[in-house]
Design a protein around this ligand. Structure first.
Ligand SMILES: Cc1ncc(COP(=O)(O)O)c(C=O)c1O
Length: 392
């Protein structure tokens, strides 16, 4: 061992490699077993797959190493990982969250955890004073999405970490849009990083998975105990799919990001589009802050149609880009947050956040960038045609 410190792009390729001491299989074996034969009267390293499974452990150890955390627990979806984080809270405690966030996180807090006495405040976390103002004596957790969903607004993670320290809170970052290759929340002061591994980490729109990574070893242990108690853990085959997807994360992200920058510029120039939200654009209000805390703008682009009522027509007119929820995979997908990913938010809140009928969210895939621009162009031209001369 030369002591050379591997770059994250190399770490992702080798996650799970070296697990098969019997045959030396390079591809991590799928340990499709529930239970393990004990080596005598005592327990062996593995006992029961809800608690631990070698395929899942290979992925968990790799993700913890990649992220720079003490330990990772893997769940059957991103939501299960987020729920595990909220399970660390006690009755009577309070959470402050980014208001422009994934609708499922809003729903689980308001519909479920509120019934068990956990309160939540959804605030504009770009505004540091507003976050401080929302903190109560009972606040235990700050939960941040940056870039936010769907507007890709940027929250200052160093400032959030400083607030968390001053008020003795945990800081958790949903890093799904960025991945450890673009944003490293532990380096910026976070205590937890949460992922929908369904998205970029696995990257092929073929597996649901979630990860909760803890910076502190005691908290990592607590989360692992919670995962075992509540049982929503990642199955061995699904863990294998995430391991396989991770091997190409660096190349996929480079390509997707380059495509997204090209698409965002094209959208900005199209007369059917009123606004484009992409942290890589110079006129994005958070672009300088994003550059100060991230290694790239990512591959999510949102935009506002001038003809707000034509979003369904736009989705119908696309030939290559698929109208579908989810994000981060090889195929480009377009979503209508108002009626899909964010429909759980109350209408008033959606209105206040600007999540209206004309807002579209695009997850840019790995296709040829000219094909993507051609597809968007022909669809946007059709959408604008009948309303020429009228600024809807
Ligand atoms: C930012 C973000 N976090 C969490 C989730 C939930 O993940 P999952 O669908 O894997 O449960 C999603 C899903 O779209 C998401 O976009």
């Amino acid at each position: 061992m030369s002591g050379h410190h591997l770059h994250p792009e190399s770490v992702v390729v080798h996650i799970g490699v070296g697990q098969d001491s019997v045959y030396g299989a390079v591809s991590t074996p799928i340990y499709q077993t529930v239970t393990y034969q004990h080596p005598g009267a005592g327990l062996g390293r593995y006992d029961y797959s809800r608690t631990d499974n070698p395929t899942r452990t290979g992925l968990a150890d790799g993700l913890a190493r990649l992220e720079g955390g003490a330990g990772a627990s893997l769940f059957s979806s991103g939501m299960a990982a987020i729920v595990a984080l909220f399970h660390l809270l006690r009755q009577g405690e309070h959470v402050v969250l980014t208001e422009d966030l994934y609708g499922g996180t809003y729903r689980v807090l308001v519909d479920l955890f509120q019934r068990f006495g956990i309160a939540a405040s959804f605030v504009n976390t770009q505004d540091i004073a507003a976050v401080e103002h929302a903190i109560r004596d009972t606040t235990r957790l700050l939960f941040i999405e940056t870039p936010s969903n769907p507007h890709l607004m940027i929250t200052d993670l160093r400032a959030m970490a400083s607030l968390a320290r001053d008020h003795r809170l945990w800081l958790a970052v949903d890093n799904t849009f960025m991945t450890p290759l673009r944003q490293r929340p532990f380096d910026l002061g976070a205590d937890f990083v949460v992922y929908s591994a369904t998205k970029y980490l696995s990257g092929h729109n073929d597996v649901l998975a979630g990860a909760l990574i803890s910076r502190d070893p005691d908290l990592a242990k607590k989360v692992a105990e919670l995962a075992n108690s509540t049982g929503g853990v990642l199955a061995p085959f699904d863990a294998w799919l995430v391991i396989r997807g991770l091997k190409t994360l660096a190349v996929r992200l480079d390509r997707q990001e380059a495509n997204a920058a090209h698409v965002a510029k094209f959208l900005q120039s199209h007369p059917a589009v009123r606004n484009v939200y992409y942290p890589g654009l110079a006129n994005h209000p958070g672009s300088a802050l994003h550059r100060a805390q991230c290694l790239g703008p990512g591959a999510m682009v949102s935009f506002q149609l001038k003809a707000r009522e034509r979003s369904a027509d736009l989705m119908d007119a696309l030939e290559l880009i698929l109208p579908a929820v989810s994000l981060g995979g090889t195929e480009s997908l377009i979503t209508h947050p108002d009626s899909e990913t964010h429909r759980e938010l109350p209408e008033g809140m959606r209105h206040r956040l600007g999540i209206g009928p004309g807002l579209m969210r695009l997850s840019v895939g790995v296709e040829n960038r000219e094909d993507l621009v051609h597809d968007l162009g022909q669809a946007l031209d059709r959408v604008i045609e009948p309303i020429k001369g009228r600024d809807a």
